[in-house]
Design a protein around this ligand. Structure first.
Ligand code: FES
Length: 293
């Protein structure tokens, strides 16, 4: 039995926005019945270019239905530029997490959204077209798709790749090629330059300290949180106490306490002062921490 979040179960038992929007502005279709999952997403825009209505039809498991349902809720009210920024991790996080073996459902949702936006913008290609060369013939997955899920989700094993896009989950004949792709991407990561550290003056005035804290947040902390759909804001500095608020996905994340100590506080101590400690300004947080249920 899969360990499904309450939110996932809710969207599976009570899926929202099932069907097809009448006279849609955008249509995206991904997957195939032969591969076990298929999703058709349709949307309509309002006069201001925001998604007014979105519906889905899915063939697949509980996770496929729940991710499609939640995706329609996530994109309503967004502009296409905003919707296009939604990643498969955002979809999984919004559901309170997905079992690893079901992450491919979140990838399918993101691909359907991209296909629907492209259909609106270009007027063609309702159906998600494969880019790159087929690596996994069992599931029709290309090298480009594999590279993308590996990069976006920091995957390191063939098994993880199978969970995220199914490649390798059939005859297994493509596993060697998947391993090579992972190695190539890991090699690219090692070559990436490390961002320069802000310089630490010997003795900081209050103004210098606050500026350095802000600089460290901007350059060292925010980019990492943004990669997971979150953000952070500096609220105040009181002596050695730094008060921050999490935004976006971070505000809903059950790992916020961990992020606070192991990412935010550690970076501020490294780049500003060993004496700093961080507290969250819960009053200004947008969402409660625990987003299950
Ligand atoms: S070719 Fe990829 S599992 Fe068969």
């Amino acid at each position: 039995m899969w360990d499904y979040s309450d939110k996932l179960k809710d969207h599976f038992f009570n899926p929202r926005n099932v069907g097809e929007v009448e006279n849609p502005d955008g249509v995206g279709e991904v997957g195939s019945l032969a591969c076990g999952d298929a999703l058709k997403l349709t949307f309509k825009l309002d006069g201001k270019g925001r998604i007014e209505d979105a519906k889905f039809k899915t063939f697949g498991c509980a996770s496929a239905i729940a991710t499609s349902s939640v995706l329609t809720e996530m994109i309503k009210g967004k502009t296409l530029d905003e919707a296009a920024k939604i990643t498969n991790k955002d979809i999984a996080n919004y559901l309170g997490g997905l079992p690893e073996q079901k992450m491919h459902c979140s990838v399918m949702g993101r691909e359907a959204l991209e296909a629907a936006i492209e259909n609106y913008r270009t007027g063609g290609r309702k159906k998600h077209e494969l880019e790159g060369n087929i690596v996994c013939t069992c599931f029709g997955v290309t090298d480009k798709e594999i590279e993308r899920v590996v990069r976006e989700n920091n995957l390191t094993t063939v098994e993880e790749v199978t969970n995220y896009c199914k490649a390798g989950g059939g005859c297994g004949g493509c596993k060697g090629q998947i391993e090579k792709l992972i190695e190539k991407i890991q090699g690219d990561r090692v070559k990436q330059p490390i961002p320069p550290s802000p310089r630490k003056p010997a003795k900081l005035t209050n103004i210098q300290k606050i500026q350095l804290i802000q600089q460290t947040i901007n350059e060292q902390i925010r980019p990492a949180l943004r990669a997971d759909g979150g953000n952070i804001e500096l609220i105040d500095v009181d002596g050695n106490k730094v008060i921050v608020a999490f935004r976006g996905m971070c505000a809903q994340c059950q790992l916020a306490e961990f992020t606070m100590k192991d990412v935010v506080e550690a970076k501020l101590r490294e780049f500003v002062s060993q004496d700093l400690y961080v507290e969250e300004d819960k009053d200004s947080a947008q969402q409660p921490h625990n987003h299950r249920g």
